[in-house]
Design a protein around this ligand. Structure first.
Ligand code: FES
Ligand code: FE2
Length: 370
């Protein structure tokens, strides 16, 4: 049974130095140590329903073709031809008809990455098609989320993110389906978004609508260190979901107990997935750092497919509530980027309510300095 506590700082803690948000060298180092080393969420398995379905994922500065093959297996191939290196696929997603064909000289790869045909190469000395499959990265599915790992010898997912294993079974997230997705481009460093997500000290000012539904100081956490951080916040008495009215016509997800129905759980999964578990839906954000001061964020809203087929199903109350809240957050994240880029910025003291930010910084620095 998880124990949830109100976090308090045991001693003074301060925000990160400015270079962590502004230095291209730090950004490069993060690619090496984090984004080409850790498990990175790239999307949902439901987007690859058929053989040949694919989408392009950008991880650690690399373009990857995430595709389902004819046997049902999912692969993450580098988007790089084995002939002269040309980018194979330019479109963000779609369906291959059985093979991946390079636009330059038509080398043709199977969905599993095998080189099937290379024009006029048969009598080239020492050439064998079997020597030139697409390079691939490790990929795994957890609760319907696809995670890619670019490391040569990735740590097993269940070891790297052990706190996740079995933790959210009650929501049966694997079975949920996406009702809405919104993409955002932010002018800030990726860490500012995770830090913003990890506290509600800002909520009464930045999110008056959210504060009406869920008190800013109701946060209690069961994971206060390591790669997965978070806990829950309570819904105010008489409300049942995060919408502008505090209500939704939807029933709670079937596996939840009475306590879960009065809470929203928020977890930050290092380095780039934010998971928000509501009584009647699950929201996820995945982050893609683009530059030291640019980040792409995808936000997705997942619902019970049994509810989605109802004629009166309407996700807009949840989507509008969080799209508004997201934009309120993105604004202060961008203001933070401007401020921490100033020569006048020096690390400032964290409040008790920002204990998870200190935990995030501690984990991040541990990874960067290891
Ligand atoms: S570069 Fe791809 S076939 Fe030549
Ligand atoms: Fe916020």
């Amino acid at each position: 049974m998880a124990t949830f506590v109100k976090l308090r700082l045991s001693k003074a803690a301060h925000t990160l130095a400015g270079r962590y948000y502004t230095s291209n060298d730090v950004f490069e180092q993060e690619r090496e140590r984090i984004f080409t080393h850790d498990w990175i969420c790239v999307g949902r398995e439901e987007h690859l329903e058929q053989s040949g379905s694919y989408f392009i994922a950008n991880v650690g500065g690399e373009s990857l073709i995430v595709v389902r093959d004819a046997n049902g297996s999912i692969h993450a191939h580098y988007n790089v031809c084995r002939h002269r290196g040309t980018r194979l696929c330019e479109t963000a997603g779609g369906k291959f008809t059985g093979s991946i064909v390079c636009p330059y000289h038509a080398w043709t790869y199977g969905l599993d990455g095998r080189l099937m045909a290379a024009r006029n190469m048969r009598d080239v000395p020492d050439f064998q098609e079997s020597d030139f499959p697409l390079h691939s990265a490790a990929i795994t599915s957890w609760e319907g989320f696809l995670f890619v790992n670019l490391a040569e010898r990735p740590q097993p997912f269940a070891t790297a993110l052990a706190p996740l294993v079995g933790r959210f079974d009650r929501w049966n997230i694997r079975a949920l389906r996406e009702a809405k997705r919104i993409d955002y481009d932010l002018a800030c460093n990726w860490k500012l978004i995770l830090q913003n997500y990890s506290e509600c000290y800002h909520c009464p000012l930045v999110h008056p609508q959210l504060d009406k539904v869920s008190p800013w100081d109701s946060g209690r956490n069961d994971l206060g260190s390591g790669p997965v951080l978070g806990g829950f916040m309570s819904l105010r008495h008489g409300t049942d979901s995060m919408t502008l009215s505090g209500h939704s016509g939807r029933p709670a997800l079937p596996g939840l107990d009475a306590e879960d129905r009065e809470r929203v759980y928020y977890y930050e999964i290092f380095p780039s997935l934010l998971l928000s578990l509501h009584p009647d839906y699950v929201m996820a954000h995945y982050l893609t750092p683009v530059a030291v001061d640019r980040t792409h964020v995808t936000c997705t809203w997942l619902f019970d497919p049994g509810q989605m087929v109802q004629p009166d199903f309407d996700a807009s109350d949840a989507v509008e509530f969080w799209d508004m809240t997201n934009r309120q957050d993105w604004h202060v994240c961008e203001l933070s980027q401007l401020g921490v880029s100033s020569r006048a910025y020096t690390p400032g003291p964290y409040a008790h309510a920002e204990g998870l930010l200190h935990a995030f910084d501690t984990h991040y620095l541990g990874v960067m300095e290891s």
